[in-house]
Every structure is written in C-alpha cells, then in structure tokens.
Design a protein around this ligand. Structure first.
Ligand code: BJ8
Length: 426
C-alpha cells in the first residue's frame, strides 16, 4: 500500500497496533503461499493488487460510497441474496472470518469448542482489526448452523446493527415458502435502510450483475476440468474469496480476462502442474480469506486442487437467477428458486450435496476427494460420513480431515495428505 490509510483506519475505530500485526501476518503469508508459486497466469496480477489493497483502496471505496449516501451491507452466508443488496445501490461485502486472530478475546464470550469461523469474526470484532465490519451499515446473520445462530445473539452486544435472517433446514414446500417470506422481509429491511424502493427494473439490474459474476466464475471452474489444469487451486480459491468483497463489475471483467488467458493455455496444452499430478476435489466448509491452509498443503505435497464443493466455490456460485420476469413478484420467485437449491450441510436430508460432489468429481476429472471440516462444525463433520460412504461405493478415494485455523497440525495434515496422494498415484 503506497497511500497512508492510517487516518481512515483511525476514523473507523480500528486498533492500529493490532491491525498492523494482522497486516504483517497476512502480507507474509501471501508472500510465502501465493507469490512463491511458479507459472502463475498474468491475470492473477489483478488479484495480487486487490489483496495488497484489501484494507486500503477497497475500504476507501466503501467509505466514498457511504459519503455519497450509499449503504454497506456485510454478510456471512451465501443464502443472503446479493441481488437485493445491489438493487438498493448498496455495496455488499462478504465478511472474511478466515484467520486465527483475537481468539483469546473471542473465547471469553464463546465456548472454546466453537468452530474457528465463528471465533474468527468475534476475534476480528473484539480486537477491532476488521475495517469491513466497522464500515458496514448493516450486518446480516442467519439461522443456519446452531453455532452461528446462537453466536449472533451475543454478537449483537458488540455490534448492534445486526439483522438475522431465518434459513429453513429442510426442502419442503413449507420451507420454500419460509425462505420466500424471509427474502421479502429482507427486501423491506434493505428498503428501510437505504430509503430506496426495489422496483422490478432495479432488481433485474442486481440480478444481472450477480449472474455475470457467477457466469465468469463458472467459466473459470470449467477451465479447471482441463488436463493439465491451467491454474492452481490456490489461485482459484483466492478468486472465489475475492468475489465476496470486490466491486462486482470490475471483478467480473478481471475474471473474464483471466479466463481468456487460461483458454489459450488449455489450447496449447499448458498447465500449472504436469499431467499425471493427482487431481483433488475439496469438499466441505467454506474457506474465507485468508484461510489457504489446506490448498497450500495439498499443492505443496504434489497434488493440485481442481474444484471446491464449498460456499467459497461452486456451492456459492452454481445456478443463475432467471431474470425473464417483468414484475417484482416473479423476480423474487426466481431468486427463491435459485437460492433454495443451495446444498449446505445444515439441510436434512441433503442428498443433493452428495450428488453434486459426484458430478464435480467427474466433471473435473478428480482422482480423489478431500473432505474438509472445521473442528466443532457438526453439520459438515457429521455429513462427511455419508459423503465418504457414497463416494467410496463408487470407487472414489476420500480423505476426511477436521482442522482449524491454527498451524499446529500442519505437519500432521501434510503427512496424511502425502499418504493420500501416494495412494492415488498407485
Ligand atoms: S450456506 S456452509 S456460508 S451456513 S463452519 S459457521 S456451518 S459450525 S459456514 Fe456456511 Fe451459509 Fe451453509 Fe455456506 Fe457453522 Fe460449520 Fe462453523 Fe459454518
């Protein structure tokens, strides 16, 4: 960062000392994990720039938007429709929660056996190191897993501007009606927040922006089916992470440009790893910035990640919203139609997820699946049993791991991943 952003961070109430410490750790990790990769596509330069300005220029953009009267809405889950947020000209930012920071403070409010993702957003808030949290005019929580649902009750004490959306847990007609009514309630909350009424035209614009972003990410995902694969799993993960907080139109253009570069690579048979490198599909909990741990271990052990069955990945981006409706009712229905298909492990039963993992394994020519669950995340830890059972029955090797954000088990995980890759190679 060349500009001095300290006055902006101070005005947001950040703890500058701790914030500097966080940026130091982040910068070093990025250098070691990302910038040390070989043969990266040129288009990744845009992502490197965005990351270098993640607490700088992007926050300035948010503050400028606020000064111009627009609102910033922070979210924690892919069930919260960006389309509605964009329809009121607000800026949507997916909040990170991917680093072990401020956990001591978080554990004063939360049980120790809470998943790292929840502890992380508490830690960021209590240490006052996240400018996105501080710049948000509204935070949207949801009743997905019990951990998050109950944690928001406590979070409200330190961050009062939180809105909680109810998300159903089954896929019956009643559940669909519940989601629809929750989206209508959210639409009204956004209208109150912004003073803007969502017309069909406005919603269509929001749908179009998000559809374009999802289409660009789908194009990127499809290119990873090539053998050799033209982009590393680490870089693809980063792109999916940045999608949550970058300007959507600018981000989409950058991804489309990168995809054109990757298409050329595929045409020439070039890749980031030679043919024969074990191809891994990762399935499970979302990996928020800067959680690069598992992908770094896999790719540092001689494998390559070719897809993510994750909310920071295909679970969050598959399916577009039908924008053919001409009135608000039909467009809202189209939103519900798209979001109701999300196969998060909070749903029961959740056969769709197993079907998607199988479909993805085939599409991306995966040699094996690594199931990733955060410790204490009951939905994904429990569901990993069925995922493994059904994949194994079809001859797809599966490694199930449970971890957190610390580096303490890195050596142990590396040993297990190496053994898994070795087994696949035979
Ligand atoms: S739609 S995956 S983003 S809820 S890791 S906090 S589940 S205990 S994040 Fe998620 Fe929405 Fe589902 Fe996706 Fe709870 Fe598990 Fe922690 Fe989790």
């Amino acid at each position: 960062m060349t500009t001095d952003y300290k006055p902006m961070w101070t005005s947001l109430g950040l703890n500058l000392e701790k914030h500097d410490a966080l940026l130091d750790v982040l910068g070093k990790a990025y250098q070691d994990i990302y910038l040390s990769q070989q043969n990266r596509p040129e288009g990744m330069g845009y992502l490197d720039f965005v990351m270098s300005e993640v607490h700088g220029l992007r926050i300035k953009e948010l503050q400028d938007a606020r000064a111009a009267g627009r609102k910033v809405v922070g979210t924690f889950c892919v069930f919260v429709p960006d389309e509605l947020i964009l329809a009121v000209d607000a800026v949507s930012v997916g909040l990170c929660a991917g680093a072990e920071f401020g956990f001591d403070e978080a554990e004063r409010l939360l049980p120790r056996n809470t998943c790292a993702l929840i502890k992380s957003f508490f830690g960021f808030k209590l240490s006052r190191v996240c400018p996105y949290l501080e710049a948000s005019d509204l935070l949207v929580g949801e009743t997905t897993c019990d951990g998050k649902k109950k944690a928001y009750e406590i979070f409200r004490d330190v961050q009062p501007n939180i809105y909680v959306m109810e998300v159903p847990q089954m896929k019956t007609a009643q559940d669909r009606a519940l989601l629809r009514s929750e989206y209508l309630r959210f639409k009204e909350a956004l209208e109150r927040l912004s003073g803007v009424t969502i017309s069909a035209e406005r919603l269509k614009r929001g749908i179009d922006l998000v559809n374009r972003r999802r289409s660009a990410l789908a194009r990127l995902a499809a290119l990873r089916g090539a053998n050799p694969v033209p982009v590393s799993g680490l870089d693809a993960l980063l792109i999916n992470q940045v999608a949550f907080y970058d300007n959507p139109a600018r981000f989409t253009d950058a991804v489309e440009k990168l995809c054109s570069e990757l298409e050329k690579r595929v045409g020439k048979g070039e890749g980031v790893a030679p043919k024969g490198t074990p191809r891994i599909l990762v399935s499970g909990c979302p990996m928020a910035v800067p959680n690069w741990k598992l992908a770094a271990i896999i790719e540092g052990s001689g494998g390559v990640v070719v897809g993510e069955d994750s909310c920071v990945g295909e679970r969050g981006t598959r399916n577009l919203v039908d924008d053919s409706g001409s009135d608000i009712d039909s467009l809202m229905e189209a939103l519900v139609e798209r979001y109701f298909k999300i196969d998060c492990a909070i749903f029961t039963p959740n056969q769709e997820r197993v079907d998607h993992v199988l479909e993805m394994a085939e599409k991306y020519q995966a040699d094996g699946v690594i199931h990733y669950a955060l410790q204490f995340c009951s939905p994904y830890v429990v569901e990993s049993y069925r995922v493994e059972k059904e994949l194994s029955a079809r001859g797809i090797p599966v490694l199930r791991i449970e971890t957190d954000y610390s580096q303490e088990d890195t050596g142990q995980l590396k040993t297990r991943v190496e053994a898994f890759l070795e087994m696949i190679r035979k």
